[in-house]
Design a protein around this ligand. Structure first.
Ligand code: ACO
Length: 317
C-alpha cells in the first residue's frame, strides 16, 4: 500500500506587516531585510486568532480540494511549535473544530521548522501500519507570539500562517520516501529562552544566525541528495523543489548546490517570511493553485529547523 497527497489547503492571516512597518518599531530597513533574506512582508495573526483557528481554516480547504469529508478522516498530525496551550495538543482542538468522528485521533509533532516533513512521515507511517486510511497533515504557526519584538536579528524573519494536506491510502505511487535527522548537540544555536519545565513561561526565539545559515545550506542539500540516491534518481528527474521557506538566500544556495534551475524551485518567503512548520504546506498549496505542481509530477520537499532537526520527502503527485 502507498500513501498519496489528495489535496492541499492554506490560510494566511489578513494583517500584513511590511519591512517598512518594522523599520518604524526597530532599527532595521527594507533594504537590509531584502538583501539578507528576500523577505518583503509577513502575515500576522489577529488579536485572539489562534494556531488552531488558522489550522482549521487550512484543513477545511484541503478537505474540499481532496473532495473528502471530515467524517472520512481517521487522524490529524499537526506540526507546530506555537500550540494554543501547553496541553492539550493543538491537533485535538482542530479535531473538535472540524467535527471529526469520535474514533479519530489527533496529535502534535514538535520539530519546529522541520515539523511538516516530520508530520508527513508520521502520517505516512500510520497509514502504512494500518492505523487509518485518510489523515490530515497540518503545519500551523503563530510565530509572532514567540518573537522578541525588540530583537531585530530574529523579529524580521518570521510570519504566521497554516497549511494542510489530506493524505490517503492508494494503490498508485505517492510518498516515495521520507528521511528524518536531528542532532541535539546543536540545540543551543536556535531555541527559545524559556519553556514549561525550565522557566514556567514559553520564552522567545534566540538564534545564532550565521551558524544556522551554515548548517542549513549543508544539511538541506544533503537531505535532498539522500532522497535522490535512495530512489535512484537524479536532480534532473525532479519537477519541483519545495524547500522550507527560511529565506531566499538559503533556498538559492541549496538549489545551486543541487543543480536545480530556479524555475523548478517554489518560493513564497518574499510575501510570507518564515512560517516555520507551515511554510512547506503553504508553498505546496501555492504551487498547486498556480498550476505549477500537476498530477504525476515528482516533488521533493526539504526542511531544517531548531534541534537541529532536518529532513526531506520525495513525493509522486
Ligand atoms: N536590520 C538591520 N541590521 C541588522 C538586522 C536587521 N534586522 N539584524 C542584524 N543586523 C545587523 C547586526 O547587528 C550586524 O551588525 P554589526 O555588523 O554592526 O554587528 C549586521 O547586521 C550583520 O549581522 P549578521 O547576523 O552577521 O548578519 P548576516 O549576514 O548573518 O544575516 C541572517 C543575518 C539574515 C539572520 C542570516 O544569518 C540568516 O539568514 N541566518 C539563517 C537564520 C534563519 O533563517 N533562521 C530561521 C530559523 S531556522 C530555519 O528556518 C532554517
Amino acid at each position: 500500500m502507498n500513501v498519496r497527497i489528495a489535496g492541499t489547503g492554506s490560510y494566511l492571516p489578513v494583517k500584513t506587516l511590511s519591512n517598512d512597518d518594522l523599520s518604524k518599531i526597530m532599527d532595521t530597513s527594507h533594504d537590509w531585510i531584502v538583501q539578507r533574506t528576500g523577505i518583503h512582508q509577513r502575515h500576522i495573526a489577529a488579536e485572539g486568532e489562534l494556531t488552531s483557528d488558522m489550522a482549521t481554516k487550512a484543513a477545511e480547504k484541503a478537505l474540499k480540494a481532496a473532495n473528502v469529508s471530515a467524517d472520512d478522516i481517521d487522524f490529524i498530525v499537526c506540526a507546530t511549535t506555537t500550540p494554543d496551550l501547553t496541553f492539550p495538543a493543538t491537533a485535538v482542538t482542530i479535531q473538535a473544530k472540524l467535527g471529526l468522528k469520535k474514533d479519530s485521533f489527533a496529535l502534535d509533532v514538535q520539530a519546529v521548522c522541520s515539523g511538516f516533513v516530520y508530520a508527513l512521515s508520521v502520517g505516512n507511517n500510520f497509514i502504512k501500519a494500518g492505523q487509518g486510511q485518510k489523515g490530515l497533515i497540518i503545519g500551523a504557526e503563530k510565530m509572532s507570539s514567540l518573537l522578541d519584538w525588540t530583537d531585530r536579528s530574529t523579529a524580521v524573519l518570521f510570519g504566521d500562517g497554516a497549511g494542510a494536506v489530506v493524505i490517503e491510502a492508494t494503490k498508485e505511487e505517492g510518498i516515495l520516501s521520507t528521511h528524518l535527522h536531528s542532532d541535539g548537540t546543536l540545540c543551543d544555536i536556535l531555541k527559545t529562552s524559556g519553556g514549561a519545565a525550565q522557566s514556567e513561561h514559553v520564552g522567545k526565539v534566540t538564534m545564532e544566525g550565521r551558524a544556522v545559515f551554515k548548517h542549513a545550506v549543508i544539511k538541506l542539500a544533503q537531505s535532498v541528495e539522500e532522497a535522490l540516491s535512495h530512489n535512484n534518481i537524479s536532480a534532473d528527474d525532479i519537477d519541483w523543489f519545495v524547500p522550507h521557506q527560511a529565506n531566499e538566500r538559503i533556498i538559492d544556495a541549496v538549489a545551486d548546490r543541487l543543480g536545480f534551475p530556479l524555475e523548478k524551485v517554489i518560493k513564497t518567503a518574499r510575501n510570507q517570511a518564515n512560517t516555520s512548520a507551515a511554510s512547506i504546506p503553504l508553498a505546496l498549496d501555492d504551487a498547486v493553485k498556480n498550476g505549477k505542481i500537476q498530477k504525476g509530477d515528482l516533488v521533493v520537499i526539504d526542511a531544517l529547523g531548531a534541534g537541529l532537526s532536518w529532513g526531506s520527502a520525495l513525493i509522486k503527485w
